[in-house]
Design a protein around this ligand. Sequence first.
Ligand SMILES: [Mn+2]
Length: 389
Amino acid sequence: MPVCFLHTADWQLGKPFARIVDSAKRALVQQERLAVLDRLGEAARAGGAQFILVAGDLFDSPSATRATVAAACSALGRMGLPVLAIPGNHDHGGPGSLWEQDFFRRECAALAPNFRILLTAEPVELEEAVLFPCPLMRRAEASDPTAWLRDGVAAAAAAPGKARILLAHGSVQGFGGDGDEEEAAVGGNRLDLDRLPAGAFDYMALGDWHGTKEISERAWYAGTPEPDRFPRGVGNEPGHALMVRASRGGLPEVVRQATARLRWEQLDWHFSEDSAVAALQERVGAWLGQRAGQDLLRLELRGALGMAAGAALQQALESWEARLLRLKLSDRTTAAPTAEELEGLTRRAGDPLISRVAARLAEQARGAGEEAEVARLALRELYVLGMGS
Ligand SMILES: [Mn+2]
């Protein structure tokens, strides 16, 4: 009998997103990590899943606040199916861990009786499948968490005819953890799937890598269901969960389900002429549409702009900053007033003060180095002031 389930991981509930300065926007991004759990539950029920597997890092921190724990239990309860999970590096088990605290246990019993955290490396027989959990009991395990399955004894003892599903959190060869610099420094949690007996497991549900990724026909990273950082590298596709149909001895059927709502985008832009500002506005406009409060953009700007073009860019940036949940801007454009713009500023008949200041700045702006660049930016400011008068 095939078994059907939803594989997800890396919810990182309670992630602070401290770099989002606007507190209302920060709260929206935090809230979306919980809201996606309802979409996961819907996808699982609509797809006919018998249960949901979470391959670690449900919480961003082993010291999640009580509010986060309560909200998580409430969302888990709403999923309406059995949910089975292992702890990952961010929410590892062990003495005194989140999972063993009275508060978590009480909230879980009250709000999410359908939830079960698997803290022991031993087979769990369900009606439809046998699970082989590889929980992380500390942040960085020096030994491979799947090592207990290498001799094949546990798998061989499993009920015949039931699909065997491994559940693990860590990095496999070529994929370095969840991509946090902080985590990379810690190391550990390496999964050597090649050392497991061939054919012993029908599906390996992996967590830690935040993009959705097929490692082999039987091993997948689900990725995080709601992106939590700007894209890193090509082909890293967060924002999914996996609907899996597996059977003993067969190849699993794996279907990606898109679950993300917020968009995290990266754009590098080089201004080679002033008209490139309009081109950038068009490009961002096509992506952003009429949306506000749903997108995050990392924008890297280079090149040189005249004063009118620079002022137009500043206005566009103001608007994007307001509409985006976060505009992470790296603006390395330099101010390069056109000859006409300089002429217009320094020869203002009705405005002797502006023309005198402009002439002095224009003199300083002719040079190279930081002082000249400051003078060019000051000219731009003066130009904007002049436009209003
Ligand atoms: Mn992780």
